[in-house]
Design a protein around this ligand. Structure first.
Ligand SMILES: O=CN(O)CCNC(=O)c1cccc(Cl)c1Cl
Ligand code: NI
Length: 183
């Protein structure tokens, strides 16, 4: 089973590489990798297993995080109806998105980042994602809310982008406000 020792941390070059597309149909090896990633999420979300194996909880995982530079992601979270959303995808692509953006008030976290990085991470509010499942099916998901944010966090990993790369620098004008005029 995958544990925290299998997860590479910032500074490891693989986290900054463009992951390669998976040749379709996915091989048994590719499917095994995806299964292990989803199993990690399941274990990390089970208090007993997580405690026993010192797992940090995660709602998503991207293959580069286990030093596999391939376009494979796993997401396991709940949607706004509190329905479980458990999706593994090869070669996921955001095929369209809202102009509107959103963000998580408490910011984002990453298993490859062993420090707290505060700040607003702008994400599209709604996205349409297309990808291939382990069954070889091409699926299209319309996502909003937390799942949409998680998918964007994972797809960023495939492009070598870390969440803190997107933390907005507040407008310079706010940084260097005009000093009050002497009256
Ligand atoms: O790439 C995946 N991870 O690093 C797993 C750990 N992070 C999370 O579960 C997490 C936590 C908060 C917001 C988002 Cl968007 C995510 Cl993804
Ligand atoms: Ni991450």
């Amino acid at each position: 089973m995958l544990t925290m020792k299998d997860i590479i941390k910032e500074g490891h070059p693989t986290l900054r590489k463009e992951a390669a597309a998976v040749t379709l149909p996915p091989t048994d090896e590719d499917k095994k990798i995806l299964k292990q990633m989803m199993d990690f999420l399941v274990h990390s979300q089970d208090p007993e297993i997580a405690e026993e194996h010192d797992l940090r909880p995660g709602v998503g995982l991207a293959a580069p995080q286990i030093n596999v530079s391939k376009q494979i992601i796993a997401v396991r979270t709940t949607d706004h109806n509190d329905e479980l959303l458990e999706v593994g995808m090869f070669n996921p692509k955001i095929i369209s998105h809202s102009a509107e953006t959103t963000f998580l008030e408490n910011g984002e976290g990453c298993l490859s980042v062993d420090r707290e990085v505060n700040g607003i991470v702008p994400r599209y509010s709604r996205i349409k994602v297309e990808g291939v499942t382990s069954e070889g099916q091409t699926i299209t998901l319309r996502l909003k809310g937390f799942p949409a944010i998680v998918f964007q966090h994972e797809i960023d990993h495939l492009k070598g982008i870390m969440f803190y790369d997107r933390i907005e620098e507040i407008e310079d004008s706010f940084k260097y406000p005009l000093p009050p005029r002497e009256v």
